[in-house]
Design a protein around this ligand. Structure first.
Ligand code: SAM
Length: 293
């Protein structure tokens, strides 16, 4: 079934009938999570929780609801990420606004935040989040460490704008500052307790092989780490020590496996001690951290 069919949802379609039609259209578009996506989109259109849909399967959609649902389905069929259509993504305890300006936050990055929080000193910490995107890491750290100040950097003006909007919407503007910057270059001379980054780390050639939701809709700048994925990481590891106080930590997300081992070597070569890795939810060693001596 093509979306043209889903877009012709009859105005009087019930919730269950609309979901069945929509799930078939999304499955035909190659979306593996078709039924779940159909439910999220309808819940968003109706302004209810996803669970509520099961309570009122016989509720009829109004003409306006059917039209808005058809529009959302058309976007999803073109493989626009669900989060772009709904406009938000949950990240740890927060809900952040998402869009074309920045990569949609991923669940594994929540582990990076967990680890960053554990590496912070007991004293009020200064944290730098490099490549902040939506601002998810910066906001989560500030939200979960009420005495933390965070400087969130991104080279993309559009991403910095989205991060600023999230910082303000989440009430964190007193402690999170967003700055447009190529890596750490726009910073003054202060020293941070921790630098955290989920940098672009994909080898360029891999990007075209990824799902359309990623290859066509996440910004290229958020993904592309050059021929071996490490162009940005190499520069950041080299620049980080002068921005960290003694015993300051650098925590990075990587693609895992061989790349994580390469990043461990980069940190050691740059003089970091106690270099460690930590696995993601699938057990792949993805995160790398070390401290200045
Ligand atoms: C993988 S995304 C991570 C976004 C966000 N931190 C997250 O975890 O969802 C990488 C981010 O780094 C930014 N970026 C890429 N090159 C950069 C550079 N040289 N300096 C600063 N930011 C950069 C991109 O614009 C993008 O927002």
């Amino acid at each position: 079934m093509r979306l043209a069919d889903a877009s012709s949802l009859p105005a009087a379609a019930t919730v269950e009938r609309a979901l069945t039609t929509a799930a078939a259209a999304l499955a035909a578009a190659g979306i593996e999570t078709a039924r779940v996506d159909a439910e999220w989109l309808l819940a968003d259109v109706l302004g209810v929780t996803r669970g509520r849909l099961g309570v009122e399967p016989g509720r009829a959609l109004t003409t306006s609801e059917a039209a808005r649902y058809a529009d959302a389905l058309r976007r999803r069929e073109r493989r626009e990420p669900l989060q772009h259509i709904v406009g938000t993504q949950a990240f740890r305890d927060l809900t952040v606004r998402v869009g074309a300006a920045a990569m949609v936050p991923r669940p594994e990055t929540e582990i990076l935040v967990e680890w960053a929080l554990a590496w912070l000193p007991r004293t009020p910490p200064l944290v730098i989040d490099v490549g902040t995107g939506t601002g998810c890491i910066a906001c989560a750290i500030a939200s979960e460490r009420a005495d933390a100040r965070v400087v969130a950097l991104d080279v993309s003006p559009a991403a910095a704008g989205l991060a600023r909007a999230n910082v303000t919407a989440l009430g964190l503007a007193a402690r999170v500052t967003v700055v447009e910057s190529d890596l750490l270059s726009a910073l003054g001379t202060g020293r941070a307790d921790l630098i955290v980054a989920n940098p672009p780390y994909l080898p360029t050639a891999v990007i075209a092989t990824l799902a359309p939701e990623v290859s066509r809709f996440d910004p290229r700048l958020a993904l592309d780490g050059g021929p071996d994925g490490l162009d940005v990481v190499r520069r950041l590891v080299a620049d980080a020590p002068v921005r960290l106080g003694a015993g300051g930590a650098l925590l990075l997300e990587t693609a895992g496996g061989e790349q994580a081992r390469a990043v461990v070597a980069l940190l050691r070569t740059a003089g970091f001690g106690g270099v460690q890795t930590r696995p993601d939810l699938a057990g792949v060693e993805r995160f790398v951290a070390g401290r200045t001596r």
